[in-house]
Design a protein around this ligand. Structure first.
Ligand SMILES: [Zn+2]
Length: 213
């Protein structure tokens, strides 16, 4: 009887664990963050197996809270030619004409992610639908790259390790925040007026196709 009792308890614990796991999965895929700082960013990327650098102060950095996460905007930094993430200071602190943070996330040439801000960042500017792609509602990713040549084709100007990490990281963010692939846009696609931005200089059609694989 004792062993039966123990067995029953063990089964119950396993059931409870499974139940908790499925609840967490359900909450993770359905519950969108509303009016909050995105303090889960580092864990989301790390759990996807990505290398993550948490930039000091990121959990409280931002121009206020995010209203929601409905979109993801892919950028390139148009930064320096060498180094993993030479644009870090600019993305974190901004420029004379634009106060930082100017993106929540950075992506280095080695595929390392830099978690810079949990709050709102000035990355999008005017978009075709600010309720999805505006700064209050979309995560911005500034991937290191000189940004030249300006092209919409393939991704041959990007180190493969960085490009694959871009895909993996965006996939993880989509899953965590429930963002459909159709709402993962390049800045060049989201920005208005059309032609205002050229980033990123790879094919967003190819990128989105990879997200769905
Ligand atoms: Zn951009």
């Amino acid at each position: 009887m004792r062993s039966t009792g123990l067995f029953t308890i063990m089964v119950c614990l396993i059931c409870a664990a499974n139940f908790q796991y499925s609840m967490a999965e359900a909450v993770e895929s359905r519950a969108a963050p509303v009016n909050t700082m995105l303090t889960g960013l580092a864990d989301i990327l790390r759990k996807a197996g990505l290398k993550v650098v948490e930039v000091a102060g990121w959990k409280t950095r931002g121009h206020g809270v995010m209203s929601s996460v409905k979109g993801i905007i892919c950028h390139h930094t148009a930064g320096a030619k060498t180094g993993d993430y030479p644009s870090l200071a600019v993305v974190r602190d901004g420029r004379p004409d634009l106060k930082g943070p100017i993106a929540q996330l950075g992506l280095g040439r080695t595929g390392t992610w830099y978690v810079i801000a949990a709050g709102k960042a000035w990355h999008a500017g005017s978009t075709k639908d600010d309720s999805i792609y505006g700064n209050s509602n979309a995560i911005g990713i500034e991937a290191e790259g000189v940004g030249l040549p300006a092209t919409d084709t393939g991704h041959k100007n990007w180190p493969e390790v960085q490009y694959q990490s871009y895909i993996k990281g965006v996939k993880a963010l989509q899953k965590a925040y429930g963002v459909a692939t159709a709402r993962v846009l390049g800045h060049k696609e989201a920005a208005v007026p059309k032609g205002r931005k050229i980033d990123p200089n790879f094919s967003m059609a190819e990128f989105r196709a990879a997200l769905n694989k």
